[in-house]
Design a protein around this ligand. Structure first.
Ligand code: AMP
Ligand code: MG
Length: 339
């Protein structure tokens, strides 16, 4: 009897999908053996993101987060494992940054959102009142029954600085469950990155660092099996009297940042990358660098405005951009022009 011919492993093909979710565009790029697997896996990944949006959103009145904000100051509320987990991660980053990162910033963020719409600064009096309801230490998490208690009335939680990184990772985990390891999920500037594309050393990730006038500066990193997030005031800002206020708020002052143009973080997971990109934007350059250097497998690239110019600073582990790596290689192996 002749043996049936061994089926040849089909080569991996590239597939790409995108959908608006969580106030940004979620993009999935993956390599799979066939279109059915690729489309089923990515539909499921998008469903997972939709499920998370219904939990984390502070725009949807019926989200789990909004329900907790309404009720958890009366008594501890049991929450879903996703909400508990992201709140635990948030507390960890708040502690690491001494409160620079703080998801209880909600009441202040709302004032700034309104200020952006109306193109004027928020009233100082309203800001001071809103700040009274801010403070991560007023969130009490009980891991035994996954409950949340808010110690003060009128608190409002805002997961805008951490939820997209979490969701990008979760979406990629769905792809992994389908056996798709070679994939990238981008939630706007928050990327969860798996194995490299076939034959490549990594994914070419374009980091758009800053904008001056109409000029946008971008550089490329080659990455795999990690997450990266870029936070900045490129799209969301309020300009008043020539000063640009970011949508990232320093909880100490209640004001939008003015000196941080963009921060890129590379970290082992998306939740950490997203939360840290926001956090390091707020901290002084020296505190941001020492925090990045103190954390395992974390690297950061900061762009700050200083005296009308941009300065860039990188933490110890930040890899060279591809353009720099090529330049360094050409210095090692100079190509001499033929005589
Ligand atoms: P990102 O783009 O990830 O840096 O997140 C910015 C968003 O996080 C803002 O639009 C706010 O919703 C929220 N946010 C602003 N300031 C803070 C802060 N200090 N800590 C935590 N979340 C913040
Ligand atoms: Mg963030």
């Amino acid at each position: 009897m002749a043996w049936p011919a061994l089926a040849k492993a089909s080569p991996l093909k590239r597939f790409e999908y995108s959908l608006p979710r969580m106030g940004t565009i979620f993009r999935i790029v993956l390599y799979a053996g066939n279109a059915t697997l690729a489309s089923e896996a990515s539909s499921e990944a998008f469903e997972r993101v939709e499920q998370l949006e219904q939990i984390f959103s502070d725009y949807r009145e019926d989200s789990e987060l909004m329900r907790v904000c309404r009720t958890a100051s009366q008594s501890p509320q049991r929450v879903s494992p996703d909400l508990f987990s992201i709140l635990q991660s948030s507390q960890r980053v708040s502690e690491l940054s001494d409160g620079a990162f703080d998801v209880t910033i909600g009441p202040v963020v709302r004032l700034w959102r309104e200020a952006r719409r109306q193109r004027r600064l928020p009233e100082a009096e309203q800001l001071s009142k809103a700040k009274l309801a801010v403070g991560y230490r007023n969130v009490v998490l009980d891991p035994d029954d996954l409950s949340v208690f808010l110690k003060r009335d009128h608190m409002s939680l805002d997961l805008g600085a951490i939820a997209k990184g979490y969701a990008a990772d979760q979406a990629r985990m769905v792809l992994e469950k389908h056996g798709i390891h070679c994939a990238l999920v981008a939630a706007g500037g928050d990327l969860s990155i798996g194995d490299p594309p076939p034959g490549a050393a990594g994914w070419d990730v374009e980091i758009r660092s800053w904008t001056s006038g109409s000029e946008s500066e971008s550089q490329t990193l080659q990455l795999h099996n990690c997450s990266t997030s870029t936070s900045g005031d490129k799209f969301q800002f309020l300009e008043v009297k020539g000063k640009r206020y970011s949508h990232i708020i320093d909880p100490n002052t209640g004001l939008g940042l003015t000196d941080s143009a963009s921060t890129t973080v590379i970290a082992p997971d998306g939740t950490t990358a997203d939360a840290l990109a926001t956090t390091l934007s707020i901290l002084s350059v020296s505190r941001a660098l020492s925090l990045a250097d103190s954390l395992d497998q974390v690297a950061a690239f900061l762009v700050r405005r200083q005296g009308g110019k941009f300065i860039t600073v990188r933490s110890r582990r930040f890899p060279p951009f591809s353009e720099e790596a090529r330049h360094q290689a050409s210095l090692k192996h100079p190509v001499s022009a033929p005589h």
